[in-house]
Design a protein around this ligand. Structure first.
Ligand SMILES: [Zn+2]
Length: 201
């Protein structure tokens, strides 16, 4: 009787949990690591274990970081009255490289999509509401992607925030539908921030 290759099957199933990785890609990755790069595989295990132990969400902006409060939220030189809402930590990196926003951020860690069980509360938005209620924030810039999901998220955010006494704006709509912030060049991104559209004063 042949023994089943359980460890290999489990590795392929684990790799398949990565976004955009199907069975074929997961198999290719597993064969590559086992056949050609066992050292690299060991590094993935160690770094992933360390990351799981050390990386948490910033108590204020929800981004991933290694301290209770991230380096941007604790930077007193930044403008603490302007807060930009983005989808992912990679969007913060894009904004910082475009050098067009010196305020703070709030990171949703995805889209708000009630049909997928991701309502406004599962984004950690209570953290943001607590912050708005301190009265420190005077402008919220909604900087979600220019995709159908990003537009829907922007609409839900606006409805949830419109009654708070702060200005709300959104990045200018000059970009084609389907644009994701992290793939937009720095110049275009900076222009979208400078020409942001005021939704409410
Ligand atoms: Zn933070």
């Amino acid at each position: 009787m042949t023994k089943k290759n359980d460890a290999l099957a489990e590795l392929i199933a684990a790799l398949k949990t990565l976004p955009s990785v199907g069975v074929k890609s997961a198999q290719r990755m597993a064969y590559h690591l086992l056949q050609h790069d066992r050292e690299g595989a060991g590094r993935i295990v160690t770094t992933l274990q360390n990351a799981l132990k050390q990386i948490i969400h910033c108590r204020l902006c929800n981004t991933l970081c290694e301290h209770e409060i991230c380096h941007l939220c604790s930077d007193e030189k930044r403008d603490h009255s302007r807060l930009m809402i983005v989808h992912m930590p990679s969007d913060v990196i894009s904004m910082e490289s475009a050098n067009c926003h010196d305020g703070l951020y709030f990171v949703l860690m995805g889209y708000i999509d009630p049909t997928q069980n991701r309502d406004i509360h599962s984004t950690g938005l209570e953290k943001l509401l607590d912050r708005i209620e301190t009265g420190e924030i005077t402008e919220i810039i909604i900087a979600t992607n220019f995709t159908a999901e990003g537009n829907a998220t922007a609409h839900i955010l606006y409805e949830a925030l419109k009654n708070y006494p702060c200005k709300i704006s959104r990045l200018s709509q000059g970009m084609p539908l389907g644009s994701e912030l992290e793939y937009i060049d720095s110049g275009t991104l900076a222009q979208a921030v400078y020409e942001r559209k005021c939704l409410k004063n």
